[in-house]
Design a binder for this molecule. Structure first.
Ligand code: FMN
Length: 186
């Protein structure tokens, strides 16, 4: 075993979309001794995040339910892959909400979230319909800066133009880039 464990967070609002297809193609090239776990954020709904950071100790209790599953999955992974379509130049609402929860997890007593996230790798996969590379920068920047805030290693974004579900599977260049996205070794 390499000890590497990838958590893929699927953050599209549809199943069988291009982001998932691209992520699965990239993951198919991971060595077999690398553990893979896949979670769909739409099957693990979180309530709107509440900013109670300044309401005293214990304002963020130990999570339960879907939130607990996401927190534990995040902490157990060595590599986190946010698989989100580009929505309004950035990540989908589900992916953004997951990132908002990091602000609470940083303050849950006993979790030590920041120290345990430090050094993990963060990757992004996303489909988009933009002809203008600059308009995808907020997507990339949101994820890179969020990873760096926690001292994670930003490993880059795999992005491909696609609109109708499955369209990305006809894009040979995107599939080649997907196949090369995760290097076999760190
Ligand atoms: C709510 C919404 C917002 C979108 N915003 C953008 C955008 O800002 N830039 C872009 O290039 N594509 C945008 N798109 C297009 C999607 O990124 C594209 O259709 C993508 O293939 C969807 O990914 P999926 O197949 O994984 O669901 C948007 C789509 C939706 C539904």
């Amino acid at each position: 075993m390499t000890g590497r464990s990838f958590l893929f967070l699927l953050a599209s609002t549809r199943h069988g979309g291009n982001t998932e297809a691209l992520a699965r193609h990239a993951a198919s090239r991971l060595p077999s001794d690398v553990e893979q776990r896949w979670l769909r954020l739409d099957e693990l709904p979180l309530p709107l995040f509440r900013d109670v950071r300044h309401e005293g100790e214990g304002a963020y209790p130990v999570p339960t339910g879907a939130e607990r599953l996401l927190l534990d999955g995040t902490l157990d992974a060595t590599d986190l892959v946010i698989a989100s379509p580009v929505y309004w130049y950035s990540v989908s609402a589900a992916a953004k909400l997951y990132l908002d929860y990091w602000a609470g997890w940083l303050r849950v007593p006993g979790v030590n979230f920041k120290a345990r996230m430090r050094g993990k790798s963060m990757w992004a996969v996303g489909a988009h319909t933009s002809a203008d590379a600059a308009s995808i920068e907020p997507f990339r920047g949101t994820l890179r800066l969020s990873a760096e805030y926690l001292g994670m290693r930003w490993r880059g974004a795999l992005l491909a133009y696609a609109n109708r579900p499955g369209q990305v599977l006809a894009d040979e260049d995107a599939l080649r880039r997907a196949a090369e996205f995760f290097p076999p070794n760190r």
